[in-house]
Design a protein around this ligand. Structure first.
Ligand SMILES: *[C@@H]1O[C@H](CO)[C@@H](O)[C@H](O)[C@H]1NC(C)=O
Ligand SMILES: *[C@@H]1O[C@H](CO)[C@@H](O)[C@H](O)[C@H]1NC(C)=O
Ligand SMILES: [Ca+2]
Ligand SMILES: [Ca+2]
Length: 208
């Protein structure tokens, strides 16, 4: 007990004071050293992920590529059940309607009953309608007999009249609506049931 007291009392002296200061300094140094060591370890540890970091960059790149591919897939020029041809989308009906109902069916999907604008388009449409069956196009002489207009109001140009079948249009019984039939066009009664084709501009994405 007295020894203990002596030890406790020893620091009271000037030498003891120095010693306690020294030990405090040592302790501080130790703490400092530990801190430095800790910082060094932390720095080392934080350096370790530099490899996984690169890996995650690679993963990110892979994800980006996958996303891009997915986007390209989504970014189709036409809806799924439409066909792309030379900058336009075409919908070929599976059922049949009269001419007026075909016009509105196309309007309902933001399109027009098909208007033929070129030789290539004519071949494409005629070929398809040949395999499917008689098909309406957006052409009629309903406003004035013998004067053919497309559904957008534009007149049938002379260089397109070569597509009429031989002897057509003949207006037999008052035929005012044009159909794809066989190898060319025919005027037919507008209330007849036919397949139809809608046409609208393709989206801004180019087809893959
Ligand atoms: C008819 O002529 C116009 C130019 O006047 C042209 O754009 C169009 O492709 C031609 N159509 C056919 C079927 O040759
Ligand atoms: C035109 O259509 C009528 C029926 O609407 C048919 O009797 C006639 O054979 C067709 N003509 C041609 C050349 O396709
Ligand atoms: Ca007619
Ligand atoms: Ca006819």
């Amino acid at each position: 007990m007295s020894d203990f007291m002596a030890m406790r009392q020893r620091p009271q002296g000037p030498l003891g004071h120095l010693r306690s200061h020294l030990s405090l300094v040592l302790q501080l140094l130790c703490v400092l050293l530990c801190a430095v060591l800790l910082v060094a370890i932390l720095a080392q540890v934080s350096k370790v992920p530099s490899c996984p970091e690169q890996e995650s960059k690679e993963e990110l790149y892979q994800d980006l590529m996958q996303l891009k591919a997915g986007l390209a897939n989504l970014c189709r020029p036409c809806p799924w059940d439409w066909t792309f041809f030379q900058g336009h989308c075409y919908f070929f009906s599976k059922s049949q309607r009269n001419w007026h109902d075909s016009v509105s069916a196309c309007q309902d999907v933001g399109a027009q009953l098909v208007i033929v604008r070129s030789d290539e388009e004519q071949s494409f449409l005629q070929q398809t309608s040949k395999t499917v069956g008689h098909t309406w196009m957006g052409l009629s002489d309903l406003n004035k007999e013998g004067v053919w207009h497309w559904v957008d109001g534009s007149p049938l140009e002379l260089n397109f009249t070569k597509f009429w079948n031989r002897g057509e249009p003949n207006d037999i019984g008052g035929e005012d609506c044009a159909e794809f039939r066989g190898d060319g066009w025919n005027d037919s009664l507008c209330n007849g049931l036919r397949f139809w084709v809608c046409k609208r501009p393709a989206g801004s994405c180019t087809p893959q």
